[in-house]
Write a protein that binds this ligand. Structure first.
Ligand code: FAD
Length: 238
């Protein structure tokens, strides 16, 4: 889409996966979500074989959420997705370290392609290559907390990164909370917390699913103890 000069999904560059899975968790990254450009999808009902159209509204998208993860979980196979993109657009560069990366590389006014390439480079530097080190990407969702709660926490943690949500609440990066709780780079023989991004749990080999679950629970407890914030998994457990 970017190579055709179409705006609307550029910040989602480099998220691994197929297009059919993208609506299932309303994939998102760097201040953009699938729902922002998703028009509708076609899906086959596995009970009846009939094809249904799900509009944006019908998908009930939320943060890493959709109807496909809840009410109709496992019932439909998404067979195509229609996007509504734009030939002109305003690039979103406010999120994470996009701005500082662009400045460092002399691209204060990037083109669509340059922003796409920058996001790919930023992700490559932060996320493990799944072919070399097993991970599911971000393990936890970024918690969204009431503004009053955030202001109280900010008194003790003035550097706490945060993003204002349209509904007045505040999103806090789970990776920062986990890092502050001392987990970044932690590992035992089999599993650990990625040393370049604390939001990513990694499998070094020889471990079990239970090892990952145990580690995730320990992280959740220590974040809750330190900040009073409950972080919840983004991943599906199978
Ligand atoms: C290194 C790394 C980084 C990641 N970064 C991000 C990120 O920044 N943002 C983000 O949102 N996600 C991220 N993820 C998660 C992952 O990329 C997404 O969840 C992606 O949508 C998975 O696509 P997939 O094709 O591998 O689906 P799978 O993992 O195979 O499936 C995911 C779910 O969707 C269902 N599903 C898959 N295809 C269909 C279909 N056609 N119809 C109906 N249901 C279907 C499956 O049953 C399953 O429940 C990351 C993962 C990794 C490993």
């Amino acid at each position: 889409m970017v190579s055709q000069g179409l705006y609307g999904v550029e910040n989602l560059a480099h998220i691994p996966g197929k297009v059919g899975a993208a609506p299932v968790q309303n994939i998102g990254a760097y201040g953009m979500e699938l729902k922002d450009s998703f028009m509708q999808c076609q899906a086959m009902d596995l009970n009846t074989g009939q094809i249904h159209i799900f509009t944006n509204e019908a998908c009930c998208f939320g943060y890493r959420e959709s109807i496909f993860k809840h009410e109709i979980k496992g019932r439909y196979i998404i067979t195509s997705v229609d996007f509504q993109l734009s030939k002109q657009g305003v690039l979103k560069t406010e999120y994470g370290n996009i701005k500082s990366y662009l400045t460092e590389h002399g691209m204060e006014h990037p083109t669509l392609q340059q922003l796409h390439d920058a996001i790919c480079a930023i992700r490559d530097a932060k996320l493990p290559d799944v072919k070399q080190l097993g991970s599911a990407g971000s393990f936890f969702k970024n918690p969204v907390i009431p503004a009053a709660r955030f202001e109280a926490l900010q008194k003790d943690h003035p550097n706490m990164p945060h993003y204002d949500e349209p509904d007045g609440k505040v999103k806090v990066p789970a990776g920062w909370l986990i890092e502050q709780a001392g987990w970044k780079g932690w590992r035992n023989e089999h599993v650990g917390v990625y040393d370049k991004q604390a939001l990513v749990l990694v499998h070094y080999g020889g471990g079990t699913g239970q090892d990952i679950v145990n580690l995730a629970q320990r992280i959740q407890h220590s974040v809750a103890e330190k900040f009073g914030i409950q972080i919840s998994p983004e991943v599906n457990f199978v």
